[in-house]
Design a protein around this ligand. Structure first.
Ligand SMILES: [Cu+2]
Length: 147
């Protein structure tokens, strides 16, 4: 009688642990397999010292964009966008606005799957300020994912 109780208690604990691990693990694995995260290198533009990276993480039909840069002037709030085209004279219009970069960071979620912007025809740029959008301080082309 005593032994039987112990076995029942143990199997309940095991089932609960396995259930938690399975739910968390499968979601992560699915994303990684269908579309891995991409890193965009943001290079200085217009003689700025702003550089860093933008991490693009697939979130189903959305994409999370994590920008991390150094070299901004103190107190800067830099508008950021995903543009069509490529950095330089070929840069097109704003495709998806991102949150301003402040203290070197910006986290945004845009309503487009990563595969639609990792196509060799989109770029991410940072502008000096809302009142001086004409000056791009950093830019990076979004690469196509490695095949
Ligand atoms: Cu822009």
């Amino acid at each position: 009688m005593r032994i039987k109780k112990l076995i029942v208690a143990t199997s309940v604990v095991l089932a609960t642990a396995a259930g938690c691990a399975g739910a968390g693990g499968s979601a992560t694995t699915e994303n990684a397999v269908t579309s891995p995260a991409l890193t965009v290198t943001l290079s200085p533009a217009s003689d700025s010292r702003v550089s860093g990276t933008a991490m693009l993480l697939p979130r189903g039909n959305e994409t999370q964009v994590l920008i991390s840069v150094t070299g901004e002037p103190a107190g800067a709030s830099e508008p950021a966008h995903i543009h069509t085209g490529q950095c330089g004279p070929g840069l097109g219009g704003i495709a998806y606005p991102l949150h301003n970069v402040e203290n070197g960071r910006s986290t945004s979620t845009v309503n487009v799957p990563l595969s639609s912007i990792a196509d060799g025809h989109h770029a991410i740029n940072l502008h000096e300020s809302a009142s001086n959008l004409g000056r791009t301080v950093a830019c990076g082309n979004i690469p196509r994912p490695a095949a």
